[in-house]
Design a protein around this ligand. Sequence first.
Ligand code: ZN
Ligand code: ZN
Length: 374
Amino acid sequence: MKIRGAVLTAAGAEQPYATSQPLGIQELHIDDPRPSEVLVRVEAAGVCHSDLSVVNGDRVRPLPMLLGHEAAGVVKAVGSEVSDLKPGDHVVMAYVPSCGECPFCLADQPALCTPGAAANGAGELLAGGRRLADAAGQPVNHHLGVSGFSDYAVIDRSSLVRVDDDIPFDVAALFGCAMSTGFGAVTRTAGVQAGDTVVVIGLGGVGLSAVMAAAAVGASVIVAVDPVQEKRERAREMGATHLATPDDAAQLVADVTGGARWVFEAVGSAAVLAQAVALTGRGGTTVAIGLPHPSATLTIPALPIVAESKTITGSYMGSTRPQIDIPAMIELWRDGNLPVERLISGYRPLHEINEALDELASGAAIRQIITPQR
Ligand SMILES: [Zn+2]
Ligand SMILES: [Zn+2]
């Protein structure tokens, strides 16, 4: 069938993107779903910093690529082997497909699925190959198995989580990336407990999700760090107890925690990660969530790692098990403990995707929602 999607053909365009138009809205052909796949009508797709990183070249992906990896929609058709989803079901997309058979999947770590990561890196679906082609018949790559900046998508069954029909699509979409990554980092990778002290550096969608999660589990001190005042204020609404600019963070964290138990880096900067390690207290853990540039290297004082028993750990997709953890997060949202709506800073039709990237790059936006059906 024919679809409309936002395709990146070359990375590194000049800003503003509203002028350079790195994402072109193209009419594409999409194949029918293979036996393990599902055709989804996309109702809402969040614009995430990881999309921007592909556009500006920080994250190198095979091109051309139909971007978008945080989305929700309605099942339109299922492949012959898909027995647990049916047309009309509402689904959230997770950005790592999982094979169910590799050592990581068997160890309950589907976010690290080896074939899933290989398919994502190649711009393919888990079953192999691409289902998208441009007007000239050339294959177009999938973005993290989702490609949600489109009116329809063919997606591996393992990338989809069924959710109740009454959950708004804009909220549902955010569970796929921002909430999985931020909430998962706090609750799954770290295991923050009630009474712990927490610092979150970088208050985009993922960082604010981490703040929400820390508040939901009862952290006693939550220091939210960002240069943008409006983002700091939003963090306060989501449960941060203290706010700091990057320059003020060291003094404030020392004053209110004496060295934090957990420090989450949600910027994706090696320099900020080094600062995060410095803010981490004795026996504490630094959790790296943001994706740094592939050429970045981390330089930190070595002694405190031993003498103060500090830990540095990475967190990909928040160590989330999408099929288990997304429904659990949705229950917390239903109970009023995860104000996910507050991440949403605006809505745009698909053809304003480049303007949405400009707004994200400027630091003004948290999560803009693309509505491909409007
Ligand atoms: Zn994302
Ligand atoms: Zn696997």
